[in-house]
Ligand binder design. Structure first.
Ligand SMILES: Nc1ncnc2c1ncn2[C@@H]1O[C@H](COP(=O)(O)OP(=O)(O)OP(=O)(O)O)[C@@H](O)[C@H]1O
Length: 556
């Protein structure tokens, strides 16, 4: 598909967002014997996916890709934030049902002042929201209502705002159980709706059942385990049609035959069982099933990772053809970056529950903005082993998502982390060792230490007493440490010897921490085509990541 490679006129990507995600978080409850902290699998991500687009989602194992994909189709509950899905035909459909797509505000609001106020707020970006008519406003929590923006701006009480009829009357459409968000315009006191979004994160379970399959679908990685081996292929593909009472039984059978053909299988495959099929064929069955109810948006969760390379290409081609034929929008989750480069219009790079960089594919691969993207790309094996490639090897493993760093999520491993001003003069090698020391101490404080460690501690056996001396010897034995650095290292080691790992960790944070440790970065635009990167280095007073990486390579 690489829509990038197509000319503008050929591209099927439209400018309207199909999915709007804002500050989405998915936490899994702690619940362990020791660890009460939740796993912050997705920790506040925002992005759009445009209609007809393929957005790639990449990152190391465990960074939260699947959780994000599953939350978008509400197979997981969001802990916070919103995910909105544009129902493409909603405005037409609703306009037909209600016979209108405009509302004259002068009929709704008694006085002209209110009409003016509403118009002004609307121009300021305050969005009205319609809620199902049979769902009383008293059941709607204030944070579900965009009228809350209203409250902020007017200083009025939410209930007063609602009493005044702001939210509900301005929104034109509702559908049982759903929270709709509308986008429209007010001109000369007349409100006209342009687009309608369903707030997926606010939809209750039974409404989701209707939404899933019909509008949102998912294709799983492993065609082996995601298909029920006791059902025939026909039954598997037909199941969503049955669940949604689609057409008559005869029409359903007909639809299944059509779907078999769409994904390149044959009508006689209807009565076969999954185990009689190859991996590629099984994945075709999974895709046919996901397409049964003609969804608009599909999460493809590593759809080709379990397949042989030769079969991968065929499935990718199929997915591209289907996208073109049915105008589908994809979130394509993958760890194989070359596949992503080939198939995706834009790419989002994820690390520890956060999006580190997002933007059009070619630019991101050719001129990465974020240090994590640099590191990830430099780990791709070169097809030609004699080609010299300056690899950046990341030390250690990502921190636990139960205990992510306070500042930048990548700060504990970033090869180009910003140093505090007072340590700029310290030799690079020495500074790296200081960072490693901090990382080792941090690892020791992790909530999910082994039970043996805990048991020994509880028994009063100081098993970790001696190893801090070993660690400092190992790290600093053969280098000259500047006096102030040596003092701080000694102090921290002293805390560890007394069993106060956390004190040591905090002490090192206070002494050696920089903005990367203390503050969460923002997303900065790093290219003209709208790519953004989540890194403090994009602020003017710091050097950009790219030249810092060049320096690193030169100095090795
Ligand atoms: N049901 C669950 N309960 C608790 N923790 C979970 C659950 N599912 C995932 N996690 C944790 O959430 C984090 C993100 O997992 P997720 O599967 O989303 O990552 P991923 O990037 O898709 O990994 P992979 O590439 O290996 O599939 C991991 O730390 C994982 O252990």
């Amino acid at each position: 598909m690489s829509k990038q490679a197509m000319s503008e006129s050929q591209s099927t990507v439209q400018s309207e967002p199909m999915i709007q995600v804002r500050n989405l978080k998915t936490y899994y409850p702690g619940g362990g014997l020791i660890a009460d902290e939740p796993v912050k699998a997705v920790d506040g991500v925002s992005f759009d996916i445009k209609k007809g687009e393929t957005l790639g989602l990449v990152g190391e194992s465990g960074c939260g890709k699947s959780t994000l994909g599953r939350t978008l189709v509400q197979l997981e509950d969001a802990t916070a934030g919103t995910s909105r899905f544009q129902k493409p035909d909603v405005v037409e459909q609703m306009a037909n049902t209600y016979g209108r797509r405009t509302v004259d505000l002068r009929e709704v609001y008694a006085d002209n002042d209110t009409v003016e106020l509403v118009t002004k707020l609307f121009a300021d970006g305050v969005q009205p929201k319609a809620v199902a008519p049979d769902r009383g406003w008293e059941d709607v929590s204030p944070d579900e209502i965009d009228a809350a923006d209203f409250v902020q701006q007017t200083g009025m009480d939410v209930s007063d705002v609602i009493d005044q009829g702001f939210g509900p009357k301005l929104g034109l459409f509702g559908e049982k159980d759903f929270v709709f968000v509308e986008e429209g315009r007010i001109e000369n006191g007349v409100y006209e709706v342009d687009r309608g979004y369903i707030d997926v994160t606010a939809a209750p379970a039974r409404a989701l059942k209707r939404l899933r399959g019909r509008q949102l679908g998912i294709v799983f990685q492993d065609p082996e385990s995601s298909l029920n081996d006791r059902m025939t292929v026909g039954e598997i593909i037909r199941e969503p049609l049955d669940v949604h009472s689609w057409g008559t039984p005869r029409e359903r059978r007909e639809r299944v035959r059509e779907l078999l053909e769409t994904v390149g299988l044959r009508p006689e495959h209807y009565y076969r069982y999954p185990h009689q099929f190859s991996g590629g064929q099984r994945q075709r069955v999974g895709i046919a099933r996901s397409l049964a109810l003609e969804p608009d948006f599909l999460v493809l969760d590593e759809p080709v990772s379990a397949l042989d390379v030769s079969v991968q290409a065929k499935i990718l081609n199929l997915l591209e053809d289907l996208q073109e034929e049915f105008g589908l929008t994809y979130l394509f989750i993958a760890h194989d970056l070359s596949v992503v480069r080939h198939i995706c219009d834009r790419v989002a790079v994820m690390y520890l529950g956060n999006l580190m960089e997002i933007g059009p594919t070619d630019g991101l691969f050719e001129n990465p903005g974020n240090p994590y993207t640099h590191s990830l790309l430099s780990a791709i094996p070169e097809p030609d082993p004699s080609a010299s490639k300056d690899r950046i090897t990341l030390r250690g493993t990502p921190p636990s998502p139960r205990d992510p760093p306070t500042g930048c999520p990548f700060s504990t491993r970033c090869p180009v982390k910003i140093r505090p001003d007072e340590y700029q003069h310290v030799d690079d090698d020495v500074w790296q060792r200081v960072e490693v020391f901090r990382e080792v101490i941090r690892e020791r404080t992790r909530a999910d230490r082994s039970l043996t460690d805990h048991a020994r501690e509880l028994l009063g056996r100081s098993t970790r007493f001696s190893d801090v001396t070993d660690i400092t010897d190992e790290l600093f034995g053969d280098v000259d440490l500047p006096t102030e650095v040596a003092e701080h290292v000694r102090e921290a080691a002293g805390f560890v010897e007394k069993g106060h790992d956390n004190k040591a960790r905090n002490y090192l944070f206070d002494q050696f921490g920089s903005i990367c440790d203390t503050d969460r970065p923002k997303h900065y635009q790093v290219s003209e085509d709208g790519r953004t990167s989540f890194c403090h280095r994009h602020v003017d007073r710091y050097e950009d990541p790219a030249p810092e990486f060049e320096k690193l390579k030169r100095n090795r």
